[in-house]
Design a protein around this ligand. Sequence first.
Ligand code: NAD
Length: 497
Amino acid sequence: MTHIVPHLINGEFTTGAASQLLDVTNPATQEVLAKVPFATHDEVEQAVASAHAAYLTWREVPVPERARVMMRYQHLLKQHHDELAEILAKETGKTFADAKGDIWRGIEVVEQAANIPALMMGETVENVARAVDTHSWIQPLGVCVGITPFNFPAMIPLWMFPMAIACGNAFVLKPSEQDPMTPMRLAELLLEAGAPRDLLQVVHGGREQVDQLLTHPTVRAVSFVGSVPVGQHVYRTATDNMKRAQCFAGAKNHSVIMPDANAQQVVNQMVGASVGAAGQRCMAISVAVFVGSARDMIPALRDELAKVKPGPWEKEESAYGPLISEAAYKRVLSLIASGKEEGAECLLDGSDCTVDGYPNGHWVGPTLFTKVTPSMRIYQEEIFGPVLCCVEVDTLDEAIALVNANQYGNGTSIFTASGAAARKYQHEVEVGQVGINIPIPVPLPFFSFTGWKGSFFGDLHAYGKQGVRFYTETKTVTSRWPEDDVVQEANMTISLK
Ligand code: NAD
């Protein structure tokens, strides 16, 4: 019998009353691993109501106790690391090494959440007026919601609910319907770590369930990660309904390569950064901007990319896995075709990729385009596949202007031996996360994940101090305590002595 992925509602794992069930497949084989039910209207209502009841108790739990739940959770996630990675690899197609990285990056956020007492500290000023003091408290919001994408089914849910819960909130997670098994296992382990059973609710579904959450009067804040059109819809609907929202969306990340950069280092780093995880990373490098004679590195880059072979998760030699779905596969192939039609030069074409023994996988080989111009679809659209577009410019100023004219601003990097060039780039580029001789600059969780422009809608970013601010309110208290009888009596006693 096919496994049905349950919801977690009111502390119970339930397959619910859904009439709509979607297949969860292994993208390398199309084997159906499980079916995921879409929550009914009543089930979503129950999840929110139960989360709210849990919040009313949880917000009174002392901060160190909340931190201890996160410490136990971190320990359990580490203990179950490989088991989680296997579930994740099967339903996403990621290689085992990549799946382990997905989990590890999430564990790092849980470690940060375990540090919540220090992060919940407010501010104080004594004597703001004569005998008047002001201090601020950081208090939780209530019920927070998370809507997550397919490409990091461990890391991205872990960006959200551990921080929200450590801050004293309850959380309703709506994971991607394409790989819901990993988030469910994360939820089971949170219960095992001793979290109250109704603190985290997980409901499955698509637009209908998301819209119900976005318009629900009890929900206070919405965290979303996914594509641009859905991110815009989520941001507009959530804010129209007076909710706090942080929406992380698509990207087109450029890497600028200066002529003085170490060629070997550039080639090695660009291969992994562009086609690793089949390019299905919001921080993947999808555009390489070669400045002046740096263009001479392109043939070596082509040769290295040609050696990279995709394959199934369980084979150690697989450099990356298949695309997640038939729809993603068709979209990437159509974009590769458009690049050729629009006049880009395809130095390496992965459209006809096959993997022995896996005829049904959504395989796309490494693909490299040169002579790409900003008007082409392959430059304008997020491809989310193993495709690298090369653009050539004459100066660093031109490179900066190109990157700044792009609608996205998630991540970027520069390769150079010049501190001055690196300094100029990091200062002038309008992108929220910058790497210097580091291709994919994802900040560790004591910083925040700070995408800009079309890659992020909202104000406060994920995890770190900004994550805490997002999931909390600041209450500022100003107090005066006029001297009362007790103090006057004490003074009298002292003077009599
Ligand atoms: P997606 O937008 O299709 O789905 C994201 C979530 O939204 C899923 O839970 C899905 O069920 C839900 N959803 C889908 N359609 C919806 C609709 N019409 N209304 C309401 N909810 C809807 O994204 P995806 O394909 O799962 O993920 C890939 C995208 O995520 C890429 O664009 C990638 O760049 C982006 N992403 C961004 C970041 C970042 O930090 N900026 C990180 C990871 C992924």
